[in-house]
Write a protein that binds this ligand. Structure first.
Ligand SMILES: [Mg+2]
Length: 313
């Protein structure tokens, strides 16, 4: 048997390794919630840290699995929280879905289980879609097979976050997917939405995707992290090199795994989902899947970069 490489605890980013770290990338992909902000509040000096990276000539993309907002809404949010962002620098799972369909030459209609965050991106690339909004159960469910009509134009089912998710929608989605030619796309599979100051659990997109997947009896093509689609869509457009790109995230099973899947450098910050204890336990784990979650570097918070970078001046 080949000797196994020992898993390494991510290296704390300090003055000693800062220059080598900065020299290793030209492009930064950063996750948003848990790295830059928490809900509607900027995390520490994260905005100053991003501005610093931009002033050093690093191209920053804001990469989010969240499918509910359009890119214009993200630009507005970035500005409100003190980040500098152009629309082209926002990479959401809805945007990637629209780009993916466009790259496939898709010319039929999309049945959307989701919100305007998805339909506005489809509109941007001129792809037809069904209307969004509630489709409640108004009759005995067992009568639906007699009355539900399917749209013959539909050639893809796209599932994202949908607060109006319902029995008729699952049935409609699965019925379209009976046709093996019908594409099945999921914006992401995040289990939960982060909610602060509450002991309630807020279901994430993955819960809707899994219900449709179960009845359709086939898996979707997933746009969000850790799938590599978010990188392939923008790397093609901006000629990005994986070896010159850094991924920053707070959640290792999406952000860091995405970085690893795409061959990027990785930095985990401890202001969101991942805790230092997780990194320590994954380092000691015998499970190789856990080793894939170990980033190259870690920082307690992204804003720590601001003081670190001052040491270079
Ligand atoms: Mg996050």
């Amino acid at each position: 048997m080949m000797p196994q490489q020992m898993p390494q605890m991510p290296r704390l980013l300090t003055q000693n390794c800062l220059q080598a770290f900065l020299n290793s990338f030209d492009t930064v992909l950063t996750d948003c919630d848990g790295v830059l902000w928490s809900g509607d509040v900027t995390i520490g000096q994260a905005n100053e840290a991003v501005k610093k990276l931009q002033s050093l000539g690093k191209k920053v993309f804001y990469v989010t699995n969240n499918s509910t907002k359009s890119r214009d809404e993200y630009v507005t949010k970035c500005e409100r929280l003190g980040f500098v962002a152009e629309k082209e620098e926002i990479v959401s799972s809805s945007f990637v879905m629209a780009q993916y369909l466009k790259q496939q030459g898709f010319n039929k209609k999309v049945y959307v289980v989701g919100t305007s965050g998805m339909t506005s991106e489809l509109d941007n690339v001129g792809i037809a879609h069904t209307d969004i909004g509630p489709e409640p159960l108004t009759t005995n469910a067992f009568k639906l097979p007699e009355i539900m009509k399917l749209d013959p134009e539909v050639g893809a089912v796209a599932v994202g976050f949908d607060p109006d998710f319902s029995f008729p929608k699952i049935m409609r989605a699965a019925s379209y997917l009976e046709n093996p030619e019908c594409l099945f796309i999921a914006t992401n599979t995040d289990e939960r939405f982060p909610v602060s100051n509450s002991n309630l659990v807020f279901p994430g997109t993955g819960s809707f995707v899994r219900s449709v997947e179960t009845v359709a009896e086939r898996p979707p093509v997933i746009m969000g992290k850790p799938s590599d689609k978010m990188f392939t869509v923008i790397s093609e457009k901006y000629q990005l090199k994986p070896s010159r790109t850094l991924m920053i995230g707070d959640r290792c099973n999406t952000d860091i795994l995405f970085g690893k899947n795409c061959g990027l450098h990785t930095l985990v910050v401890l202001t969101g989902v991942t805790k230092k204890e997780d990194l320590e336990s994954w380092t000691k784990s015998a499970d190789e899947e856990k080793h894939r979650l170990l980033a190259d570097y870690y920082l307690p918070q992204l804003g720590d970069l601001v003081d670190l970078l001052k040491t270079l001046e």
